[in-house]
Write a protein that binds this ligand. Structure first.
Ligand SMILES: Nc1ncnc2c1ncn2[C@@H]1O[C@H](COP(=O)(O)OP(=O)(O)OP(=O)(O)O)[C@@H](O)[C@H]1O
Ligand SMILES: [Mg+2]
Length: 320
């Protein structure tokens, strides 16, 4: 866990190594002292609710903004003292759209070829590779604004990797993309990872989080959990989760929120997940739901998902 790193020096062999990193806007600490390492070749998932400080962190790691305090090593370079050194070796797909809508696919690629200072030969080779990778061959002269969101994200990934970076930072690369396109996007990410590229990805999708080799979970500017997804799932939530389906999820949620023995209740797909005290059996809860008017109530114990773990981590922090 991150506490072990606090106070230790940055690790220059890591792809990213961060110590005591803070960013204060006015009086508000958007990032409030975080420590973590990302190993080379890792697919690192950076999670957390809206406003928890993910984008602010990525902007510091990519030297887009300067930290208020703390140390950052990216690919062995000191990103605070020498912001330009790592910049040409990293790719950044920002949360806000990084493509020019009024330019064609080809013109966007050319623009980034210029940004990364590629020679004509390098550009021709990388352009062909990116068009093939993104599945955009034959669509070079289409206006970017006419591409669907899924295609744009692939083009954005293409422009972020045009210069063959060793690490790519992706800030919610698949938000607003349908499940099929998301899966195809992740196939591209795996291709990059299998070529040794380190990936630093933020996402709100828990299925994507489960695809990562390691996760860090941000909450209010701090990292409140980190580790491989499996370890996080198994070690951090020891309470019992019951899946409650009644045919009226909203009404049963309201009921469960004030029910005895229920610590936490939240929607999970079409049913409600209830975190309950050890003594409350599924049978007892079913009987109480039936008595409360939920005639079709069905209650089954489930293994906690990553989502369960994070919902509970957040509620523990709120209560703390
Ligand atoms: N330039 C800025 N000036 C003032 N406050 C800022 C600035 N940039 C970010 N913040 C604030 O810092 C906090 C963290 O924002 P950030 O964008 O890093 O969150 P996030 O985790 O990326 O959220 P999301 O999941 O919504 O993208 C928010 O409260 C935000 O309003
Ligand atoms: Mg963000």
């Amino acid at each position: 866990m991150s506490e072990a790193l606090t106070g230790s020096p940055v690790n220059p062999d890591a792809a990213v190594s961060v110590r005591g990193l803070r960013k204060v806007f006015g009086k508000f600490a958007a990032v409030d002292g975080i420590d973590f390492d990302v190993r080379r070749g890792e697919v690192f998932g950076f999670l957390g609710p809206n406003g928890s400080g993910k984008t602010t962190t990525i902007r510091m790691l990519t030297s887009s903004i300067t930290p208020t305090s703390g140390t950052i090593s990216v690919l062995g370079e000191d990103a605070v003292k020498h912001p330009d050194r790592a910049k040409l070796r990293l790719g950044y797909m920002s949360q806000k759209f990084s493509l020019f809508e009024d330019l064609t696919v080809d013109e966007n690629l050319r623009f980034y070829g210029g940004v990364y200072d590629l020679t004509a030969e390098q550009f021709a080779e990388r352009r062909a590779y990116v068009l093939r990778m993104a599945g955009l061959e034959g669509r070079e002269s289409e206006l970017t604004r006419n591409l669907s969101v899924g295609w744009r994200q692939r083009l954005a990934l293409g422009t972020a990797t045009l210069h063959s970076p060793e690490i790519v930072f992706l800030d919610e690369p698949t938000s607003g993309v349908d499940p099929t396109a998301r899966r195809r996007f992740w196939d591209l990410l795996y291709d990059l990872a299998s070529n040794g590229v380190t990936l630093f990805v933020t996402t709100h999708y828990m299925d994507e989080a489960a695809n990562c080799s390691r996760l860090a979970f941000m909450y209010r500017g701090r990292i409140i959990a980190d580790g491989p997804p499996r370890e996080i799932r198994e070690s951090l939530l020891t309470e019992r989760i019951l899946d409650v389906s009644t045919g009226d999820a909203d009404r049963s949620l309201t009921w469960l929120e004030s029910a005895d023995g229920v610590h936490e209740a939240y929607l999970s797909g079409a049913s409600v997940h209830a975190v309950v005290e050890a003594g409350l059996s599924p049978e007892t809860l079913t009987a109480r739901l039936v008595a409360a008017g939920f005639a079709d109530a069905r209650v089954v114990p489930v293994d906690p998902t990553l989502e369960d773990v994070f919902v509970n981590l957040v509620s523990q922090q709120r209560g703390a």
